[in-house]
Design a binder for this molecule. Structure first.
Ligand SMILES: [Zn+2]
Ligand SMILES: [Zn+2]
Length: 245
């Protein structure tokens, strides 16, 4: 029997009595009537504009030419070939991710069209790609009852139109401990051989795959997933995340 996720129930009950509170400031219920988070909160997020690392997408202020690569990517050479991220994890961005990931507040993704207006070229980047969400181990999925990366990939695919599809085809075969306290090398070891393709997955004809995750931290998880896809014959793997930090 499917386990009841009390966190989601608590949230649903709370929303029944306090509908539409902004997930960032927790005030200003639908003040502007166009977005779920209030527009001033959305504007306070550190959106990444044009100067950014071509591999992970992190913003690199003061520099502006194509082909920039950040220090982390230079040192660790990820196997994916490019990437985009929408915003840096300042307090506003962090609370957005927190509400989505730990409270299952999917309505945050209603604002993806507004995110896309604030993150230049992101829509072009995902358009026409097969979006593959980073998987959770089934034990974690059972406990949480949702995978936020699947939600994000679906929301991206919805906005990018019919040429873009979300394909939940990866699985986590090892239930790795939480990465939050690990450094990059420990994270790499932690996720090594942790991923595989789901049985019956067919990647034939997929020229361009974009892995989707909520946050880019060190890139170790995305890199491990990209290795699996490259090893399965996909010729080009890229990455896209909501936040970076
Ligand atoms: Zn707000
Ligand atoms: Zn980078």
């Amino acid at each position: 029997m499917k386990k009841i996720n009390w966190e989601l129930w608590k949230r649903a009950l709370f929303d029944l009595f306090f509908p539409g509170d902004c997930p960032i400031c927790e005030r200003a219920a639908y003040l502007d009537d166009v977005s779920y988070a209030c527009l001033s909160c959305l504007d306070s997020i550190a959106w990444i504009k044009h100067s950014r690392c071509k591999l992970c997408g992190v913003g690199m202020d003061g520099l502006d030419y194509a082909g920039l690569i950040c220090k982390n990517c230079r040192e660790h050479s990820p196997v994916f070939s490019s990437g985009r991220t929408m915003f840096h994890l300042n307090p506003a961005g962090r609370s957005l991710i927190h509400q989505l990931k730990y409270h299952g507040d999917k309505r945050i993704l209603q604002d993806v069209p507004l995110f896309l207006e604030r993150a230049p070229d992101f829509l072009e980047f995902i358009t026409g790609a097969v979006l593959i969400p980073v998987p959770l181990h089934k034990k974690k999925l059972h406990k949480r009852s949702f995978n936020q990366s699947v939600w994000i990939a679906e929301a991206f695919a919805r906005e990018a139109g019919v040429s873009t599809v979300s394909y939940d085809c990866m699985t986590r075969i090892r239930n790795t401990p939480s990465q939050t306290k690990l450094d990059l090398n420990q994270r790499r070891k932690n996720v090594k051989n942790a991923f595989a393709l789901k049985e019956g997955t067919c990647l034939d004809g997929f020229d361009r795959v974009v892995l989707v995750d909520d946050v880019y931290t060190t890139g170790a998880t995305l890199d491990a997933c990209a290795s699996v896809l490259l090893g399965s014959g996909v010729s080009r793997v890229e990455v896209a995340t909501l936040g970076h930090g």
